[in-house]
Each structure stands twice: as structure tokens, then as C-alpha cells.
Design a protein. Structure first.
Lengths: 180, 306
């Protein structure tokens, strides 16, 4: 290895920092970005009218067919809220419910596959289905914490227009749903 | 002053510290605003994680800056803390890349599984409002502070030759791109295009990965004594190239080795004897005297056998 001779340093010469080089480029880039967002907004905003819409057209199909398919989970208490919910959806869509009973697993599987439009039942607040289907706020609940049992409706994930309609109807018929 | 930060940078450094505190404050407001309306949307989750990750570079910068400003050279740390910034840069780069990859994985899995994101409604001032509108509002809000802060950060990063600050500035400045992708994702979702959400999330995560990989390449180059890199790319910096040319002009038979310790450059001139007169390293700086502080050391290694 070579010997390393470090030269002793005399005092550093006085210097002052100068302005940076890229301020102009930055300003230009920000302006460019703003322009694109503004342009995008001009084109996209008209399309925003009528949001949200359903990928599988659930709400539209319900209105066209004038009926919606409801799965009622076996053992669900026959509550006033559930009957009022179906009535409210009927009032808002002009469609009549066609109710069929069954086990919750089978009904929720049918729902996630688009074979049913709505499932009504009593579900655990922490139900494993909560990411696979969209639940409304509870119409009625018993117990507390994540083990609470909630009577509520479930819709197919992503059918946002239909989900919003059922949520709105739930809030209208139930104090409990309004409070969530 | 016995800290590792050159004296002429102290004022600029304090200015950058103030700006980074503001940066953290505004980023926190964005994280809260986005967090309140996340829902099931993959785009929103990705954008939220990106915004949350955005606090890593300013925090690392602030830690490094405090240590550089306040830390004194000592027997245990004879060079002070000039490389803490480089370490912070590396940590920020690893965090960015890792999270970017994770977000991309999530987006691709959601796309492959054809997951349909549910975005419901909430009651606002007695009205049922689609949560997507609030997501769009939060996305629009999240665009503004980073653009303004990034614009202010960039000149400071150049004055300080600070890669951490520079990376943060570029990320902030480019935020409009991810913001636009996020907006398109939510609007697409609202239009019933279920795939728009995951595609937008994937685009945002690719941007995060790109930032991370660039930062990773630069930061590892410094840690393994590579040549000084440019602020915004893994290429050798203009400063280093100019310095090498300047040294070769005076010592044509020498081999020049340059490395970077934080914002400073250290030079080794191999195969020649040092000049007779003693000079401060800054006197070897080729141009732009205002940046001569970058050259902290010039060592001469005479030819073997002399």
C-alpha cells in the first residue's frame, strides 16, 4: 500500500452560496402538472354526473326487471326494520322483492357471484364476509364489540350505485343505521 | 465551528429544516384527510400509504440535519456526522422500494382476482353523500401542498447538495402524476370500471418503485465509496467530473479517485508527489467558487518506491 501524504490545509477561502439552477425548471414542471390536471378535470368532470354506477348494472337491472332477488338467511328474526327496508327499496326503485330462504354461506356465495341482489340476515359485526360483500349499517344490533350480532343487508361488492341506494334506505328505516 | 457542516451552509440548512417541519405538518393533514375516507378502494389505500411514506425522507433529513448541525467531532467520531445524511438517504430508499413493491403486488393481486371495490355512502350535513366524492376531494387536496413544498425544496437541496432533500423534492414535485392517477382511479371506479381502481394503484406503486430504485442506486454508490453521484440520477455528478478534470490538468500522470461522504467530496491523487506550496483543498475546486466547500480533502499518494 502506498504511503498517504495529506497536505496540511491553510485557512479556507471565503465563499458565498449562489442561487440554485433548477428553479425555472421546477416552476415549469409544476405549471405543466397543473395544466394536465385542469385538462383532465375538464374531460372527466362531465363524466362524473351520475356517479356512482354499477359494473354489473345491478340497479339498472332491478329497475328494468321491476324486481330484485332477496336471500333471507334462515333464522333471521322477522323484524319491522327488515320489512320496512324492503318496502323502502321497492318505493325507490319501483321493483318488487322476490324472497328466497337459505343458509348464510350459500346465500352470500350466490350474492358474491351476482346470482342474488340482496341478502338479509343477522351477521357478526366481525364477519369474515365483510371484505367479500358490502354490508349496510346495522338495522338492529345485539351485544357489543366485535362479537355483536347485527341485523343488516349485504350487497355484491363494487355495485356502488345499488349499495348506496340500499344504504340510504337502511338509514331511512332504522335509527340504528342512521347513527353509524 | 467543530461540526461536520461547512459554515457557509448553516443558514441554508436552518431554512431547509424549517421547510421540512412545514412539510411534515402538511403531510400529516393529508394523511388524516385521506385516512378518513379510505374505504375499500385500492387506489386510496395505495395513495394513502404513499403519502404516509412521504414522511420518511423529511424525518430522516431532520435527524441527519440536527446531527450535522449540533454533532461535534470527537475521538469516537473524528469526521463528525457528515455521512448520517447518506445513511438516512439509504433508509428512505429501502423503505420506498420495499413498500412500492408491496403496493404493486397488492394491486396486481386485486386485478387478477377481479376484486370489485365497494365505495358506499356516508351522511354529511343530513345528506347521503357517495364516499367517492370525498375521496376525490381528499385526492385534490393532497395534490397542492407537496407541489408547493417540492418547489421550495429543490433550490435548497441544490445549495446544500443534499440527495435526501432532493429526492423528497422530486417526489413532491411529481406528486401531481400520482394524484392524477388516483383521481382517474376513483372516477373510473365511480363509472363502474372496477379495474380502474387497481390499475391506478399499480401506476402509483410503479412511481413509488421508480423513486425508490433511483434513490437506492445513488445511496448504495455512496456507501461503497463510488464516485460522487448527481443529485437526481445515479450518474457521476458534474462537480466530480469537473474536479477530476481539474486535478488531471495539474497532475496529468496521476490516477484520481473521488468518493463522497454525505455532501462532501474527498479526493485521492495517486502516483504523484504533492505540490511544494501548501494549499487548502478548496483551491483545487475547478469552478463555481460558491460550491468549493464540497471538496473536504485532497490526499497525495506518491509513486511506490519513491
Amino acid at each position: 500500500m502506498d504511503g498517504n501524504a495529506v497536505v496540511p490545509h491553510p485557512p479556507a477561502p471565503e465563499t458565498t452560496p449562489t442561487l440554485a439552477r433548477s428553479e425555472w425548471a421546477t416552476t415549469k414542471s409544476v405549471a405543466f402538472g397543473m395544466r394536465w390536471i385542469a385538462l383532465g378535470a375538464v374531460f372527466l368532470l362531465p363524466a362524473c354526473h351520475g356517479l356512482p354506477q354499477d359494473p354489473e348494472d345491478t340497479l339498472e337491472n332491478v329497475r328494468t326487471a321491476r324486481q330484485f332477488r332477496v336471500g333471507l338467511v334462515a333464522g333471521t328474526p322477522d323484524t319491522l326494520e327488515l320489512r320496512r327496508l324492503l318496502g323502502e327499496i321497492e318505493r325507490q326503485t319501483g321493483a318488487r322483492p322476490r324472497v328466497a330462504g337459505g343458509g348464510s354461506e350459500a346465500l352470500l356465495t350466490d350474492l358474491s357471484e351476482g346470482k342474488t341482489d340482496l341478502v338479509l340476515g343477522a351477521f357478526a359485526k366481525d364477519s369474515p364476509w365483510k371484505t367479500k360483500v358490502a354490508f349496510t349499517p346495522p338495522l338492529r344490533s345485539t351485544g357489543s364489540g366485535k362479537h355483536a350480532i347485527e341485523v343488516k343487508a349485504a350487497m355484491q361488492n363494487g355495485e356502488n350505485s345499488w349499495i348506496m341506494l340500499v344504504e340510504r334506505a337502511s338509514r331511512k328505516v332504522s335509527q340504528s343505521a342512521r347513527e353509524r | 465551528m467543530n461540526s461536520s457542516l461547512p459554515d457557509e451552509l448553516r443558514g441554508v440548512m436552518r431554512e431547509a429544516i424549517r421547510l421540512e417541519y412545514w412539510n411534515l405538518f402538511w403531510t400529516a393533514t393529508i394523511i388524516v384527510a385521506m385516512g378518513l375516507v379510505l374505504g375499500q378502494s385500492q387506489t386510496m389505500k395505495t395513495a394513502w400509504v404513499e403519502d404516509t411514506l412521504g414522511v420518511v425522507p423529511p424525518i430522516m433529513f431532520l435527524i441527519a440535519a440536527k446531527m450535522e448541525l449540533k454533532g461535534r467531532r470527537s475521538k469516537k467520531f473524528p469526521f463528525g456526522f457528515e455521512r448520517v445524511n447518506g445513511l438516512g438517504f439509504f433508509v428512505a430508499a429501502v423503505a420506498l422500494t420495499a413498500v412500492g413493491l408491496l403496493l404493486l403486488y397488492n394491486a396486481v393481486v386485486a386485478l387478477a382476482a377481479a376484486e370489485h371495490a365497494s365505495v358506499g355512502s356516508i351522511v354529511l350535513f343530513g345528506k347521503d353523500v357517495w364516499l367517492g366524492w370525498l375521496m376525490i376531494a381528499a385526492q385534490l387536496y393532497s395534490l397542492v401542498p407537496p407541489m408547493l413544498i417540492g418547489r421550495k425544496e429543490l433550490p435548497l437541496a441544490e445549495k446544500l447538495n443534499d440527495k435526501l432533500l432532493h429526492t423528497d423534492a422530486l417526489m413532491n414535485k411529481a406528486n401531481w402524476l400520482t394524484g392524477a392517477a388516483g383521481l382517474a382511479g376513483i372516477i373510473g371506479l365511480g363509472l363502474g370500471w372496477w379495474w380502474a381502481d387497481s390499475v391506478a394503484a399499480a401506476i402509483i406503486s410503479l412511481d413509488v418503485i421508480s423513486d425508490g430504485v433511483k434513490a437506492l442506486r445513488s445511496s448504495t454508490a455512496e456507501l461503497v465509496d463510488g464516485s460522487p453521484r448527481a443529485l437526481s440520477s445515479p450518474q457521476v455528478s458534474e462537480d466530480a467530473q469537473g474536479l477530476e478534470d481539474r486535478l488531471l490538468e495539474e497532475f496529468p500522470s496521476a490516477t484520481i479517485r473521488l468518493r463522497e461522504t454525505g455532501r462532501l467530496i474527498r479526493a485521492e491523487v495517486h502516483g504523484v508527489h504533492p505540490p511544494a506550496e501548501h494549499r487548502h483543498p478548496r483551491q483545487y475546486w475547478p469552478k463555481e467558487e460558491s460550491r468549493a466547500w464540497r471538496l473536504a480533502q485532497v490526499s497525495f499518494i506518491p509513486p511506490a518506491g519513491d
